[in-house]
Design a protein around this ligand. Sequence first.
Ligand SMILES: *Cc1c(COP(=O)(O)O)cnc(C)c1O
Length: 238
Amino acid sequence: MTAISDNIALISQQIADAQNRFHATQTVTLCAVSKAQPAEAIRAAYQAGQTVFGENYLQEALTKQAQLQDCAIAWHFIGPIQSNKTQPIARHFDWVHSVDRLKIAQRLSDARPPEAAPLNICLQVNISEEASKSGASGQEVLELALNIKQLPRLQLRGLMAIPAPSSDFEQQRDQFRQVRALFDQLNSHGLQLDTLSMGMSGDFAAAIAEGATLVRVGSAIFGARPPKPQPDSATEGN
Ligand SMILES: *Cc1c(COP(=O)(O)O)cnc(C)c1O
């Protein structure tokens, strides 16, 4: 076994353990976050049975997708979205987790090819209200969700959040509980959301305890990321 397949087996076991320990009956999907990892690392994970991958940087993702065309991978875009990149994102991904404004959603809907299934969307919410982080505020999210629900080529699936990092398990849970409360609130308005995308390498057990249905795990699978220049995130090209 490669280290990557060992890590996937370990994380899968830890997900199952968290579900048992917290009586979390939801199905939890493991999204392997492969940003800054080479195509060969993705292929190793794929050969170990992993089929859902998350990428943050468009150009890097497109290059790797071209190298992995023979693999039946579900590609999730989880990084910040520049409005001039919406067309390739709408064409080359199955899911987008980082939608936090209507203009971006409209552009993704307009650009989604008619022959493809509707693009699955999670709204990114910012519950810690840190000015530096992206994400719609709790107050904005209902109106945003109701508007996005109307867009023809999108399927609104749920919420995504990246809480402020904490090493304290109860603090982690508190933040995820707030995301869960928003999710329940939206569903009480008839939105029929089924996806709570929350939890990363350092906090996915707490996220599962609070109802996460998809955890985005990078370094715990692939190891520490090599430092990398990020040309397509350097400027916000609106
Ligand atoms: C990088 C990243 C992850 C994975 O982070 P790890 O700590 O490496 O597990 C998850 N979600 C988003 C949005 C990311 O940018």
